[in-house]
Design a protein around this ligand. Structure first.
Ligand code: NAD
Ligand code: ZN
Ligand code: ZN
Length: 351
């Protein structure tokens, strides 16, 4: 099969021929129809995240935003058969640890992630193995196609969980810092769920897109002081704030734009610059009774609600796809990501 292989950090992925994968007894092989290019793949390509224990052995095939069709099933797999259209959360879970049993398999203690865990190749390829398939695969309703399925493999479903983690009531102010793949998704979802959304970015075109997706106000972080602008718009600060990039500036802007009792939701993961550590105004957290909430992926049980909203047309991840690319173009997309030049989702659809 054809695949894009990461051989060395920060060097062009190699378009190569690999043997077609075979499923283990609990696995399936998917034929990949669409695979999104997430900034987490870019982080892996940079060699980030050793500080959280993520440093897969190379070579590896990246890609964890997968929509596809079941090609081959392992002998123990009961729920799926060849031809089923599916998506799969980026975090493959064991199904039996304490957290899986609590309905939180996104924080499974035996988690493996496509392209980010040693030996677990991802979807920048014609075929991909999904482990523990009966537990991890998500069947698609008839009117949700593989392009939408790719988005809900990572960034859109992550944003859905982030908005859930932000909590609060309809009509509250939610600021979203970074209007990229995760951020525009969070804007669309929070707006659909009745929040007043403020989008923040450094790129006016992305802010215009955020308005189309339901943001009632936007702040250009290149032009304006973000906390002041948000406090002015909201008359006191955001009730909740979603960080959707992972750098010091956006994290601090998010925290400093909260109102009393506000919730900061950290979705972005940091770069080499921060190395996982960002100083925070802890006294302010105490005095305002603010909260710092981490948000990782989306628990498998919450897909039912997400898919129901998509199926009824109330959520539309496909409107955030700006570009379909060929496997060979993945290096161009990584380069564009280094310069914040991608809009929404770039998705590989030609293999
Ligand atoms: N927690 C999770 O489960 C999870 C899941 C998916 C992605 N992520 C992480 O989320 C982050 C975002 O990923 P993505 O694919 O959406 O990235 P992206 O590149 O699509 O979006 C980032 C956005 O930030 C904007 N930006 C750059 N500098 C800014 C600034 N100073 N102020 C405001 N905006 C600025 C860019 O213009 C871009 O629109 C990454 O760190 C990724 O690894 C986390
Ligand atoms: Zn588990
Ligand atoms: Zn991702």
């Amino acid at each position: 099969m054809k695949a894009a292989v990461m051989v060395k950090h920060r060097e062009a992925l190699k378009i190569d021929e690999l043997p077609n994968p075979k499923p283990g007894p609990d696995d399936v092989v998917l034929r990949v129809e669409a695979c999104g290019i997430c900034r987490s793949d870019w982080h892996a390509w940079q060699g980030d995240w050793a500080w959280v224990g993520i440093s897969p052995d190379l070579p590896i095939v990246p890609g964890h935003e997968i929509g596809g069709v079941v090609e081959e099933v392992g002998s123990n797999v009961k729920k799926y058969r060849k031809g089923d259209a599916v998506t799969v959360p980026f975090h493959s879970a064991c199904g039996h640890c304490e957290y899986c049993l609590q309905g939180r398999p996104n924080i499974c203690e035996n988690v493996v992630i496509f392209g980010l865990s040693t030996g677990y190749n991802g979807g920048y390829a014609q075929y991909v193995v999904v482990r523990n398939a009966d537990f991890n695969l998500i069947r698609l309703p008839e009117n949700v196609d593989t392009m939408a399925a790719a988005a809900i493999g990572c960034r859109y479903m992550t944003a859905f969980h982030g908005v859930v983690r932000a909590g609060g009531k309809p009509g509250e102010w939610v600021a979203v810092h970074g209007a990229g793949g995760v951020g525009l998704s969070a804007v669309q979802i929070a707006a659909a769920l009745g929040k007043n959304v403020i989008a923040v970015d450094i790129d006016q075109a992305k802010l215009e897109k955020a308005k189309q997706e339901g943001a009632v106000a936007v702040v250009n972080a290149k032009r304006d002081k973000v906390p002041e602008a948000i406090k002015e718009i909201t008359k006191g600060g955001a009730h909740a704030s979603i960080e959707a990039l992972g750098v010091r500036e956006t994290t601090l802007n998010s925290v400093l734009s909260l109102r009393r009792g506000g919730r900061h939701v950290q979705v972005g993961l940091t770069t080499k610059e921060e190395g996982g550590m960002i100083s925070l105004p802890v006294d302010l957290f105490v005095a305002l009774e603010a909260e710092f909430v981490g948000s990782f992926g989306n628990p498998h049980p919450d897909y039912a609600g997400l898919l129901a909203l998509m199926s009824q047309g109330k959520l539309n991840p496909k409107s955030l796809i700006s570009r379909e690319v060929a496997l060979e173009e993945v290096n161009d997309v990584f380069k564009a990501m280094s310069e914040y030049k991608t809009m929404g989702f770039n998705v590989i659809t030609r293999f």
